[in-house]
Design a binder for this molecule. Structure first.
Ligand code: 5AD
Ligand code: SF4
Length: 501
């Protein structure tokens, strides 16, 4: 396949940064403007390291979803490019929380951490504390931080992560006695800045953003307000990024978007998600493709057909149900019924019989009756999910559901939640048993944390498997006999070949 775009290779970016002339004013266009500030910061960071006689360290904590995890890799890429080293320790020179606000308890965790940082900053006044992510897109959060957490240095949002170098430069060039808190939050953007440095947690697999934002406005969800309207990346940019990753050792990619099934609709030359998948599939050397999240309302027959034929798309789909009650689904603004969902599952299973289906379910949505809840339990049993993330409804200010009457009493929600969890566990334990005795291809990811004679990897269905093996297997795909299922994972033995099945 021919790809015309410049590949965003680290060396290429490094070279472009080196070529920037920092005696001139900064360029207006992106990403050159950021390259300019990166070069300026490289000088400052070098100087600081010399003064201190040690490296400068960056610590990044990620809350929330895979999108945030990928954003954090981009942030780390920028920090490394300007000369910081990554550390697990919170005793860092640059400390960043990439926040989530999908449920209230995510916010509470961040406030708790910020409180604990006060002493640390007193000890090391030169440390830089930065906050970004979805929670920062809420004006009342930023107000609270400005008032109660004065030790925070930089706040930015979900739309301008690419500006980190510029914001950090502003911080370092602030020579005033009372250093100002730098707050730069955008309400939205149509811009997607390509060709910035980024890191990967694993050398053999990576998330790849294919789109940003969400247009669905499910009535309980804050994401469209904090991540903005849907924007798709150009297919050429996506393909170039993946090709570059594959050249660098990646064998598995996870295509990321809030609703991947509506990918490409707003591009100048619209293209469907299924077509994008077909193109990604052609990248030589790439072995596995995953994607998330799929919205049932937009999941096309075309996609199901492409999955059925594919040899690289993993046998796994995350298909959020949210509720099994058609009445509640309507109020949730989900645009499908219980029957639509069950029919969709039937179609997917027919095309891809060994597919593993996972889901998200909310318990205690305003006005949820016992009958509504029973419908949810019924769908869980009928579908037989391989696993499900179950959430207690959390009221998010500004969403339509927050203004709805009949918030369900806490004790009732708790009881329903426990019952749903038990059902999910029962159903998924049953599903897992079915693969025992088969041989599956496993992508080996790490040495087992508890027993160093074991390695741990994932099947195409995304099941975790532990088996005796050498760390040299990390990053390769090997056939493993699944000997035993233990709830959420398998114990296995490396097999001679996949044909042993
Ligand atoms: N309360 C509880 N769960 C929520 N989710 C989104 N918004 C809320 C909320 N207000 C869940 C949905 C979504 C997942 C990422 O988070 O199930 O699919
Ligand atoms: Fe939230 Fe619905 Fe968009 Fe998912 S599809 S991010 S639940 S609004």
């Amino acid at each position: 396949m021919r790809i015309d775009r410049q590949q965003t290779d680290r060396n290429v970016i490094e070279q472009k940064i080196r070529q920037m002339d920092i005696t001139l004013p900064p360029p207006e266009s992106e990403p050159e403007r950021q390259y300019y500030f990166m070069k300026k910061l490289q000088g400052i960071v070098e100087e600081r390291k010399r003064q201190l006689g040690r490296p400068l360290f960056a610590n990044i904590t990620t809350f929330g979803c895979q999108m945030n995890a990928r954003d954090s890799e981009k942030i780390l890429g920028i920090m490394q490019m300007i000369g910081y080293e990554e550390t697990d320790s919170a005793e860092a020179d640059f400390l960043l929380y990439n926040t989530c606000t999908v449920r209230e308890n995510a916010n509470l965790k961040v406030y708790g951490r910020l409180g604990q940082l006060k002493k640390q900053k007193e000890k090391n006044p030169d440390m830089v504390i930065a906050l970004c992510g979805c929670m920062m897109q809420e004006p009342e959060v930023v107000e609270k931080i400005k008032k109660s957490y004065r030790n925070v240095d930089i706040i930015f949002g979900t739309h301008n992560i690419f500006k980190l170098a510029e914001l950090l430069a502003m911080k370092f060039f602030d020579t005033g006695k009372q250093k100002k808190m730098i707050v730069d939050i955008w309400e939205g953007t149509t811009e997607i800045v390509e060709e910035l440095p980024n890191e990967r947690k694993y050398f053999f697999k990576s998330g790849v953003n294919i789109m940003f934002g969400c247009n669905n406005f499910c009535s309980y969800c804050i994401v469209p307000y904090v991540r903005g309207r849907e924007r798709s990346r150009e297919p050429e940019d996506i393909l170039a990024e993946i090709t570059c990753m594959v050249n660098d050792g990646v064998v598995e990619v996870m295509l990321l978007g809030q609703n991947v099934n509506s990918y490409g609709k707003n591009l100048e030359h619209p293209i469907s998600f299924a077509k994008l998948l077909e193109q990604v599939e052609q990248i030589e050397g790439l072995e596995r493709i995953r994607f998330m999240t799929s919205h049932p309302k937009d999941l096309s027959d075309e996609l199901i057909e492409v999955m059925g034929k594919s040899t690289k798309i993993c046998r796994q789909m995350h298909l959020p149900l949210q509720s099994g009650s058609s009445r509640l689904l309507k109020i949730m603004n989900r645009h499908y019924t219980k029957e639509d969902y069950l029919l969709l599952v039937e179609k997917i299973r027919k095309a891809v019989p060994d597919i593993s289906l996972t889901t998200d379910i909310i318990v205690g949505f305003p006005g949820e009756t016992e009958e509504d809840f029973e419908e949810t339990v019924d769908v869980v049993k009928k579908v037989g999910f391989d696993s499900a993330f179950t959430f207690i409804y959390s009221k998010r200010t500004g969403t339509p559901a927050a203004a709805m009457d009949y918030q369900v009493p806490e004790e009732i929600v708790k009881k329903r939640f426990d019952r749903l969890l038990a059902t999910v566990q029962e159903v998924s334990a049953d599903r897992t048993k079915r693969a025992v005795g088969t041989v599956q291809d496993v992508l080996v990811e790490e040495v087992n944390g508890q027993d160093a004679s074991l390695v741990t990897g994932r099947t195409s269905q995304n099941y975790v498997v532990h088996f005796a093996g050498s760390p040299s297997l990390i990053g390769s795909i090997v056939p493993v006999h699944l000997d035993e299922s233990r709830g959420f994972y398998y114990m296995g033995t490396q097999a001679a070949s996949r044909e042993a099945e």
